[in-house]
Design a protein around this ligand. Structure first.
Ligand SMILES: NC(=O)c1ccc[n+]([C@@H]2O[C@H](COP(=O)([O-])OP(=O)(O)OC[C@H]3O[C@@H](n4cnc5c(N)ncnc54)[C@H](O)[C@@H]3O)[C@@H](O)[C@H]2O)c1
Length: 257
């Protein structure tokens, strides 16, 4: 039986550790028949080591990409073309905020730290998509990861407004790229114990909410459901869905108390 990404070529950012949502996405994408190319930050060596654990590690090219580096963004399309050809999908699995923008310091965070969080976590969805645009002449699917930005969370601080900006950016990309057959959607994942999560002081406090309120049992160590959501959006099974946010959060977003 063929997979739902058979014949598709997908660029995946954000593979840093085995706990990265992007690693599980890459694994599932390969299992579903996709050819993939990875981008890495801060160093390709880390990502290359983790990529060896993929089901088909041979020929998985890793390109260095800091989304705040214009030169690297400008050179991305040519490098991808050389190794993989065109693209059918792009996964944005990138988030960062300086320590003073997280963990209960909301009222005192300086603009410089907020600006960094916004650039790396939100604006980069536009930068990455535009860098890949020349490779998606036949249309494509862009998928990013958010953490529900409709409400305020404990500890999450300026990542909250950054995710709100990411969610709005996704809708505007959907608006401007729809005519070219490019869809842009997000998966809103529940809390997962990745490197990014560990950098949020008091993450456990935030994650504990899921023990009380999530309709479906939620496991902070299981990245598979979020990866499946991303793969589904990359596939042809959401052909008329764009500007959408699919919650993969055990249903918590639907529950008031
Ligand atoms: N872990 C969670 O609880 C959770 C929940 C919802 C959404 N998300 C989102 O999922 C995405 C992936 O995070 P994760 O939880 O897998 O953690 P992770 O730490 O494994 O991934 C974060 C990635 O961001 C990359 N990154 C940081 N700065 C970068 C830069 N300047 N250029 C390029 N890449 C850069 C890192 O290299 C890393 O691969 C993020 O957008 C995150 O906000 C995570």
């Amino acid at each position: 039986m063929s997979g739902i990404l058979e014949g598709k070529r997908i660029l995946i950012t954000g593979v840093l550790m085995e706990s990265s949502i992007a690693f599980h996405t890459a694994k599932l994408a390969q299992e579903q028949g996709a050819e993939i190319i990875l981008t890495a930050f801060p160093r390709p060596t880390l990502t290359e080591r983790i990529a060896k654990k993929l089901p088909r590690p041979e020929n998985v090219k890793v390109l260095e990409l800091d989304v705040s580096n214009t030169e690297q963004l400008d050179g991305l399309a040519d490098q991808v073309r050389e190794h993989l050809g065109s693209l059918d999908g792009v996964v944005h699995s990138i988030g960062f905020a300086p320590q003073d923008a997280l963990g209960g310091n909301f009222l005192n965070t300086p603009w410089e730290s907020v600006a960094t969080a916004m650039q790396i976590s939100a604006y980069s969805l536009k930068s990455l998509t535009m860098a890949c645009l020349p490779l998606m002449a036949e249309g494509g699917s862009v998928v990013g990861l958010t953490f529900d930005a409709q409400v305020a969370w404990p500890q999450y601080d300026w990542m909250g407004p950054a995710k709100a900006a990411l969610e709005a950016t996704s809708r505007y990309l959907a608006r401007d790229l729809g005519k070219q057959g490019i869809r842009c959607n997000l998966v809103s994942a529940g809390p997962l114990k990745s490197m990014a999560a560990k950098s949020i002081p008091g993450f456990e406090l935030l994650a504990d909410t899921w023990n009380h309120r999530s309709p479906l049992n939620w496991d902070v160590t299981d990245m598979d459901p979020a990866g499946r959501g991303v793969v589904a959006l990359l596939s042809d099974w959401f052909p008329k869905t764009t500007g959408e946010i699919i919650h993969v959060d055990g249903g918590l977003h639907a529950i008031g108390a």
